[in-house]
Design a protein. Structure first.
Length: 321
């Protein structure tokens, strides 16, 4: 497994991480079907043997369930993993000062994760401009107290990254990027110029780029959060177009999943890609993207053209809701 340093932090992360949103399962309206908590724990523990040390979660995933599963899995092995979690950038209680909101939510995450520190603490979306100084002050205090090692933000907006950098030590950004989602390109360029670390979310377009839904959505559980969103004519037609990506697996050199992850990994500015995985088998295939052949420049161009023509209709996730 290749390890990359996250920006200026000195934190070494595997270039392939584990997105733990699906591990929220059906709890708190997360609605990821096919999740078994014991298998989630085994998957997180198995990551270590595959060389994966990076876990991404959020306090909001399944109302804390994803964090609780990580806490359970890492008992006795905490120091071998890098945990990235998130906090909303504004309180749902207008009377609660934002500094207090952030400090309180950090305590909640520490408790659920059963740890004394969070490695990477991310704002789960863009704060209001007026709140930025207090937010950076609160995050800086958490660093000083040793409760978090660094902080960053999940956003596409380079101007927001720039504003936060002017106020304090912003270390990283979480950005969406994939064969069907070019929106993150500007953020990646900015991150590379400023030496910000990057974690790349939704690299498989929530499963659309795995290839298993190219010909049919019948494999998608009707209880799953994607069922309603995927089951519409524009998605059907986009998936038919995406089936042309199968040229990337010709000769058995890589699977479709690995091609989609490799595409992201070889994009300048990327530190680590964090595909969600529901079980050990998926995690193993994802980890394998580390050592498959990179896409040639020609393959990348063809893949991007297919992605563009597919015109993937779902908006990229942009905030904490
Ligand atoms: N705003 C934010 O900050 C934000 C937003 C979204 C996500 N994220 C983070 O980014 C991570 C990744 O995004 P995501 O999980 O939404 O989507 P994703 O990584 O694009 O897709 C994950 C889904 O693809 C399928 N899959 C994964 N590996 C597979 C394999 N090897 N073979 C077959 N199917 C496979 C699984 O679903 P099925 O098997 O059911 O198809 C899995 O749930 C999240 O877990 C979360 O940590 C952050």
């Amino acid at each position: 497994m290749e390890y990359r340093v996250l920006g200026k932090t000195g934190i070494e992360v595997s270039c392939i991480g584990l997105g733990c949103w699906p591990m929220a399962g059906m709890v708190g309206g997360a609605n990821w079907s096919g999740i078994d908590d014991d298998e989630s724990v085994a998957t997180i523990q198995h990551a270590e043997s595959l060389g994966i040390n990076l876990l991404d979660t959020a306090n909001g995933y399944g109302a804390g369930h994803s964090e609780r599963i990580i806490g359970r899995a890492l008992l006795g092995r905490r120091e071998r993993y890098v945990i990235a979690t998130k906090v909303a950038p504004r309180s749902d209680d207008p009377d609660e000062p934002i500094q207090q909101f952030i400090a309180r939510n950090c305590e909640g995450s520490l408790e659920r994760l059963q740890t004394e520190y969070i490695d990477i603490y991310q704002l789960h979306g863009e704060p209001d401009e007026a709140d930025m100084p207090q937010i950076v002050e609160a995050l800086t205090r958490l660093v000083e107290e040793g409760k978090i090692r660094c902080f960053g933000i999940s956003t596409y907006e380079t101007e927001v990254m720039r504003s936060l950098m002017s106020l304090g030590d912003l270390a990283m950004a979480q950005i969406g990027y994939s064969i069907v989602n070019p929106v993150g390109k500007a953020g990646l360029r900015f991150a590379a110029e400023e030496n910000l670390g990057t974690l790349i979310r939704v690299p498989l377009a929530q499963g659309a780029l795995t290839g298993k839904y190219f010909d049919s959505l019948s494999r998608l559980d009707t209880q799953d959060r994607r069922h309603e969103r995927f089951d519409n004519p524009r998605i059907h037609s986009a998936l038919r177009k995406l089936s042309e990506l199968s040229f990337l697996v010709a000769g058995g050199k890589r699977t479709m999943v690995q091609a989609a992850l490799r595409f992201v990994l070889d994009t300048p500015g990327v530190t680590s890609v964090i595909p969600g995985a529901k079980n050990r088998a998926q995690l193993e295939e994802n980890a394998g993207a580390d050592c498959v052949p990179p896409l040639s420049p020609d393959e990348r161009m063809r893949a991007l053209a297919i992605g563009r023509e597919a015109d993937w209709p779902l908006p990229p996730y942009t905030n904490w809701t």
